[in-house]
Design a protein. Structure first.
Length: 341
């Protein structure tokens, strides 16, 4: 049996041809009840609207790009992708992933070739800044550029970001206020080819310690950077175990560093919170299971809100609040306890 055309679907559903078209291309403009009815009829009649024909007519590709500085399997990137997909997929868009935009070669390839292909309607950038030359190349695509947890608003049409520096400032201040005096911050070394938002957390730690010392607090603090890569948690473990004096508080750049440290330090006689307190950042998967104190952020919600901004920009709308900053929330769980000295 031949596939039905758009006229047959409109007639069977009792709606106009334009309503059928909007159901597939701009579903947010169609009521849930009407959309459900049209999709049910389309499925029964084996109808699919032509994506290529729609693109030619509208000038849109119904595809967006998501740039990541790491792989999709990281907790943050997975949540961001899910948030974007929850909005873009119902609106008829596909998402093209570009992972590991963290080397000179990968960055050059992407920022050189994308403007030539011009095959996306928007670009999402997760967790890193784009330099002026890269912004200029992206502008040639003539599509919106939306940043998610980026260290700067420069070059972006819209952003939604966590305040990484202030979040770690609050985490460190929490430790100091509980009486901890030997405090260490463990983190991955910053990448030379990239300005990542997560690197700002070290500045929050340093600022909190310096502010406390300025107010007379007798604290000893240290930043312990370790090489980036899959072994960063083991490297942090080794760095802690070789200190002249083990700290009574550890602030970690991320939960994925804090969780392995809690588990592995116990094997060397350092048990949290009996011997030391430890706090992470993210409230990622397993943080609650381990009862890890942390700073909570919500990358799924940031991805979702970024996608809403993207759709409005694609539609030619002006955003009332294009750039938003959200605060991390302190989650004081069982790996932190007051320190009596």
């Amino acid at each position: 049996m031949a596939k039905a055309d758009i006229h047959a679907v409109a007639k069977a559903a009792g709606v106009s041809i334009s309503t059928v078209s909007r159901t597939f291309t701009r579903p947010e403009l169609v009521s849930a009840k009407t959309r459900s009815k049209v999709l049910e009829v389309a499925d029964r009649l084996d109808f699919n609207i032509s994506r290529s024909a729609t693109a030619l007519k509208s000038g849109q590709t119904y595809r967006v790009a998501l740039l990541m500085n790491e792989e999709i399997t990281s907790w943050f990137n997975t949540e961001v992708f899910a948030g974007i997909e929850s909005v873009m997929h119902p609106a008829g868009y596909d998402i093209s992933l570009f992972q590991h935009i963290d080397t000179s070669a990968n960055r050059h390839d992407f920022f050189t070739n994308l403007p030539i292909r011009r095959n996306v309607d928007a670009v999402f950038v997760a967790s890193f800044a784009v330099d002026p030359h890269e912004v200029e190349q992206l502008r040639r695509t003539r599509v919106p550029i939306i940043g998610i947890s980026t260290p700067s608003e420069d070059g972006f049409d819209a952003t939604i970001s966590i305040d990484d520096e202030q979040g770690m400032y609050k985490a460190t201040q929490y430790m100091i206020n509980l009486g901890h005096r030997r405090i260490v911050y463990t983190c991955s070394q910053a990448a030379e080819t990239m300005h990542a938002s997560i690197d700002a957390r070290a500045q929050g730690f340093i600022r909190a310690c310096e502010d406390a010392q300025g107010k007379g607090a007798d604290i000893i603090w240290q930043v312990l950077p370790v090489p980036r890569g899959p072994e960063f948690a083991d490297s942090a473990l080794a760095a802690l175990l070789t200190l002249d004096q083990f700290p009574d508080a550890i602030c970690c750049q991320m939960d994925m560093m804090a969780i392995p440290l809690v588990l592995k330090l116990g094997k060397y006689g350092h048990v949290a919170p009996r011997d030391y307190s430890i706090i992470g950042f993210d409230d990622s998967i397993y943080a609650d299971t381990l009862n890890l104190a942390t700073m909570r952020q919500n990358p799924y919600d940031m991805g979702r809100r970024a996608a809403v901004k993207a759709l409005r920009l694609i539609g030619g709308e002006t955003l009332d609040n294009p750039h938003e900053t959200v605060e991390a929330q302190l989650i004081p769980r069982g790996t932190v306890t007051p320190f009596a000295g």
